[in-house]
Every structure is written in C-alpha cells, then in structure tokens.
Design a protein around this ligand. Sequence first.
Ligand code: F6R
Length: 369
Amino acid sequence: EKGGYDYFMLKEIAEQPRAVADTLLGRVAVDGTLTLDEMRLAPEELRDINKIVIIACGTSYHAGLIAKYAIEHWCRIPCEVEVASEFRYRDPILDRQTMVIAISQSGESMDTLMAVRYAREQRARVLAICNVNGSTIPRESDGVLYTHAGPEVGVAATKTFLTQLIACYLVGLYLAQVRNLKFGDEVNAVIEQLSGMPEQVERVLSMMEPMRDLARSLSGANTVLFLGRHVGYPVAMEGALKLKELAYMHAEAFAAGELKHGSIALIEEGVPVVVVVPSREGRSVLHDKIVSNIQEIRARGARTIVIAEEGDEKVRPYADTLIEIPAVPTLLQPIVATVPMQVFASELALAKGNDVDQPRNLAKSVTVE
Ligand code: F6R
C-alpha cells in the first residue's frame, strides 16, 4: 500500500502531480471559464463581498498566507489571514459582506471549526477548502471547494498543501471572473498556466537529487533558518514547520526584508540558511533585493542554500548550494518552491532515523482546542 516507498509521506510527495491535476479536473473549461459548483455562493453574493478573511492552522495557514497575495492582486478585495486559534478571541469585524475561507485538510480541526461557527453567527459567508469529503467543517459551512488530493496518511501535510494552493488560486480567479476584474488578460493567462502545474511539479520532483544529498549532510546542524519574501515568505515558513515536525530541529523563517531589523544578529559561521528566491517574472526589484540579502548573510558566514529558478545566473555566485526549480509565474511559484522544502525536511528526518509518517507528539487531525 506504500507503493514501494518506505513511508507514506514519501509516496504522497511523489503523488503531487496527480493530486494537483485532480484538483483542477473538471473545474477549468477549454475557454478558461471556471466552474466551482460546490461553492454554493451565488454570483450576486460574490459580487457583494467587500472583505475576505482566511482562517486555518499550521500548514493550511501557510496556504492562506499565499492566497492573500493572489486574491488581493487578482480581485482587489482586502484579505486578512489569521490562525484559527486566535481568530474568535479578538472580536473580529465580520458581516454579511465578509467571505470567510476556512482551510482545513481534515475538515476536523477544532480551532478552525470553532472559528467557522463564530463567523456564521456573525452572518459572514463561509467557504471551506477541505480534503475530506463530508467532514465537519464543510458540513457547517455555506459552501465548499474540495481538494482532490486523495487520502493523506503521513501526519505532515504535503500533497494536501499543494492542492490547497490550487483551490485558493481557483477561488481567487473565480472571484475575479465573477466580478469581471481584469478578466480577459492576466486572469486568463494564469488560468492557462495553472493547467501546466502538474507537469511543473513532476519536473521539480525530478530535480531533487541535490537537495537530498545536501539534507543528509546537515543532520548535525543545531538550527536552520529560512528566508523568503512575497509569496516566498510563507514557503519559507512552511519549510521551517516541516523541519521542526519531521526532523525535531530548531528552525525559523524570516521575511528577508526583516533581517536587518534584528534577526541578522543570528547569522554566524556555518549557520545553514535556506533562501527562496522570487521568480524573475514581473518583480525584478524583489529578485535584486534578495540577491543582496544572500550576499549579506554569506559575508557573515552563513552557509547559503538557495532555491532559485533554473537559469538564474545572478544568484549562482552566492549560493553554497544551488537548488534549481522550474521557472513559473510569481504567484504560482509556491507550488514548485514548496517541493524542495518537503524533500529537505523528510530526508533530514530519515537521516536522523525518525519516523516521518508518525512524528512524535503529533496527530493527523487535532480535534481539541
Ligand atoms: C503540518 C500539519 C499541521 C496541519 C494543521 C491543520 O504538516 O499537518 O500543521 O496543517 O494541524 O490541519 P487541518 O488542515 O486538517 O485543519
């Protein structure tokens, strides 16, 4: 049942191209029109929305952070993202024109469920993004968009995260279509690029040998730092979370622009720092800035592990290890940039002899608050 793999998690990482394809299946028509039937929110309701609030925990929260960049850019609707366990305790402002998106793989996380109940009491429209059919969160929401990742046995979320990203992109693009914003050019182009993502995930998986070699050499490290900016920042956060839960190592993610505001003091000789380099498409300013960040930390002794697009010659001179990923549009980059994070954490954990399917102290679905 592990399909020749030693652990379910490794099988689930390999299944990602299929999971991504299945989540897109039947939702994108040939002409680019999106059909998200189970959303059960009428176009009139969607046109009235003036605020989006995303609530989730752990890895699902990281999907929400990435969704914010895409939704605000494509739909021009203000979007907040909050960890579900904090949400209802701070008296958040919600009304009929607020759309709450609850992201939960299991559909059973108690923190997220309680936040959903609270949001509905405040009359917000709640859309669930879930992987488990008929689970509690979608049953208690107004609408649902299922990710079609198939069952995930490994406790650490992998293929469900990539499919949550796809679902979030679909919601953002659908809202843009319904609200007629920018539809016709950019949104149309992204919809087409989205259809190419299963192939890109397949490619990035085939490029992971250098990441495996590197991970095995780092099992003695005390800490690993992760840096990113724009959508690369939540990817860095996901990299740090995966490393903590699987390899039981201290790891922390920073927004690269925050380095100079304090955390650069942590950099000393030999500290491994994984840097997610933004795609060069459209946002070359960000790209240049992160190249300077890499130079700064390297000058202070950091061992730089750079995740960058194929053919990115500007970063090469500053990378102690260069991990190449396929070039894809900026907002979609997390789909491919997350894969090296998963491989890094699982390989390091295996090198330490850990059970990557059942990390200590963790449960697949957290049904207590
Ligand atoms: C991390 C992980 C957890 C879950 C979190 C939310 O790999 O699996 O952080 O993402 O417990 O779970 P769901 O998405 O089921 O609500």
